[in-house]
Design a protein around this ligand. Structure first.
Ligand SMILES: NC(=O)c1ccc[n+]([C@@H]2O[C@H](COP(=O)([O-])OP(=O)(O)OC[C@H]3O[C@@H](n4cnc5c(N)ncnc54)[C@H](O)[C@@H]3O)[C@@H](O)[C@H]2O)c1
Ligand SMILES: O=C(O)C[C@H](O)C(=O)O
Length: 477
């Protein structure tokens, strides 16, 4: 449960007050007294006797909304009319739509955009399939595919309930990278069926973004699709997270004056996010990592290792540590959590090395309270927008796909992920860098462009060893 009012619980309360009395001035006080935050107060109708007012405020949760409404109804002369949840209002009818780019004003235009004119274009593509990228939406389209099995922190809620999240993702693709992304919610959680379904729809897309498919099935779905398809397949929960974590860690290490190959890293979480974060950290030069899951450290002696955990056991934990996460934190320079809420306390962080770095990324509640962690660690990041250093995949996936589409890439490589992470880190300049600014805001105007450039150039055969600063705002063509 949230402890502070949040815009995700933003409500508008329509009410009436007597025109002449003191009620108006008491409205804000009543909301604040109930612990809410007023964000707008609009008079929507003014009569001689009554004023109709829309009070918009942020609340903590549904019970808190009721407390605020009760508080307002106790103000003398107030009549409550309607309480609207603005988040739900925003979702009425869905968040995205399709638009035609061509005018269809007369028979002439109709005959070109559709039959008979379109037939010549179809035949051109039939003769030369590569023309699909030039003459259709394929060049700018991404399928956002889920089976609804691991949606945000909500778990296995199924394909229909996943749709608002996938629509949101599509909206972010458009907002940050101009990409037309389509939510595809599959009514199956069978790996063979998912793979087949994606294979069958793939001709219309320039890339596939897998989303919220639970581990370990997500690993097999991705591996098989990468083998089958001639367009890039990217599982955002894995690789988007990995890019953001590596970028943030690159900058956090600069803040504390340590280097990746020399730090001891303790990780919590070996699922979709954790396993991909680990692989990218190792590819970037990390050498000393212990990964823990809900059973403790992952080591070769465990009897429950599937393919993914076995790979982790074979490539980390060279000292064969067999204890729990708390023990793994002893003397560690870096903690990266992509696991579960509230599993650590400030005291656990106190046992880490001096100038510790803590990334507690479980959403919506981090592994350790950021306030407690900040007492002992030099740099703290979370997935939350109400603390500094928010690590969220939206920093990566729009730029990654922009770069992939622009390069007409057929695959995603580790080199591209590393280039994207370097590029994202580079958006924070040395002058700006500090414990509370290791990763740019999602609204920083350079993020998607810089990441896209790095991915595109890598896909085209290697980014020259130049400073990515040249791609920042002001230096663009
Ligand atoms: N901030 C971000 O950008 C970001 C990105 C991706 C994932 N996440 C968060 O990371 C978490 C994991 O996501 P996922 O998709 O990898 O989930 P997942 O279910 O695939 O993996 C969860 C992992 O956490 C481990 N775990 C559970 N309880 C644990 C405990 N007490 N101690 C140690 N490990 C424990 C599990 O064993 C498993 O390995 C979620 O909370 C998710 O919201 C955040
Ligand atoms: O996709 C996101 O932005 C959320 C993150 O992947 C999460 O699982 O919490």
């Amino acid at each position: 449960m949230a402890t502070v009012p949040s815009v995700s619980y933003s409500i508008t309360i329509r009410l009436e007050v007597p025109a002449g009395g003191k009620a108006v001035s008491q409205l804000t006080h009543a909301v604040e007294h109930a612990g809410g935050v007023v964000t707008a107060l609009d008079v929507s109708n003014a009569g001689h006797e009554k004023l109709r007012i829309d009070v918009t405020c942020a609340a903590r949760d549904a019970d808190h909304v009721q407390e605020i409404v009760d508080g307002l109804s106790r103000v003398e002369g107030v009549t409550i009319h309607k309480v609207s949840d603005r988040t739900f209002l925003m979702h009425l009818g869905g968040k995205i739509e399709m638009n035609s780019k061509v005018p269809l004003r007369n028979r002439d235009e109709l005959s070109m955009a559709y039959t008979p004119g379109v037939a010549r274009v179809s035949m051109a593509i039939a003769r030369n399939p590569e023309d699909a990228r030039r003459l259709t939406i394929k060049r700018n389209s991404v399928a956002v595919v889920t089976d609804g099995s691991a949606v945000l922190g909500l778990g296995n809620i199924g394909p229909a309930a996943a749709l608002p999240v996938m629509e949101g993702k599509a909206a972010l693709f458009k907002r940050f990278a101009g990409i037309d992304a389509w939510p595809i919610c599959l009514d199956t959680q069978d790996v063979d069926e998912i793979v087949r379904a994606v294979q069958l729809i793939s001709p219309g897309f320039g890339g596939i973004n897998l989303e919220d498919i639970s581990a370990p099935r997500c690993f097999e779905v991705e591996r098989r699709l990468r083998e089958l398809l001639d367009i890039p397949v990217f599982h955002d929960d894995q690789h988007g997270t990995a890019i953001c974590v590596l970028a943030a860690l690159t900058n956090a290490l600069k803040v504390v004056g340590k280097e990746l190959p020399h730090v001891r890293i303790a990780m919590a979480g070996a699922g979709a996010a954790g396993s991909a974060v680990l692989r990218l950290l190792l590819a970037a030069g990390a050498k000393d990592v212990i990964v823990c899951d809900y059973r403790g450290a992952i080591h070769e002696g465990r009897d429950d290792l599937d393919d993914s955990l076995r790979w982790i056991a074979e490539n980390t934990n060279s000292g064969n540590y067999t204890g729990d996460l708390r023990g793994a934190l002893e003397g560690a320079d870096v903690f990266i959590g992509v696991s579960a809420p509230g599993i650590l306390t400030g005291e656990d962080i106190a046992r880490m090395a001096d100038d510790a770095i803590v990334f507690a990324l479980a959403n919506p509640e981090p592994e350790v309270s950021p306030d407690e962690a900040r007492e002992y660690a030099a740099v703290v990041a979370t997935g939350r927008s109400d603390y500094p250093n928010q690590i969220n995949n939206v920093l990566a996936f729009p730029g990654v796909f922009r770069g992939l589409l622009d390069a007409q890439a057929k695959e995603v490589t580790e080199e591209m992920l590393l280039a994207a992470a370097r590029a994202l880190a580079s958006v924070v300049t040395d002058d700006e860098l500090g414990p509370n600014y290791i990763i740019p805001s999602v609204f920083h105007p350079d993020v998607a462009h810089v990441v896209a450039t790095a991915v595109r150039e890598t896909a085209r055969g290697g980014l020259p060893a130049t400073d990515l600063a040249e791609y920042r705002t002001g230096d663009r063509e």
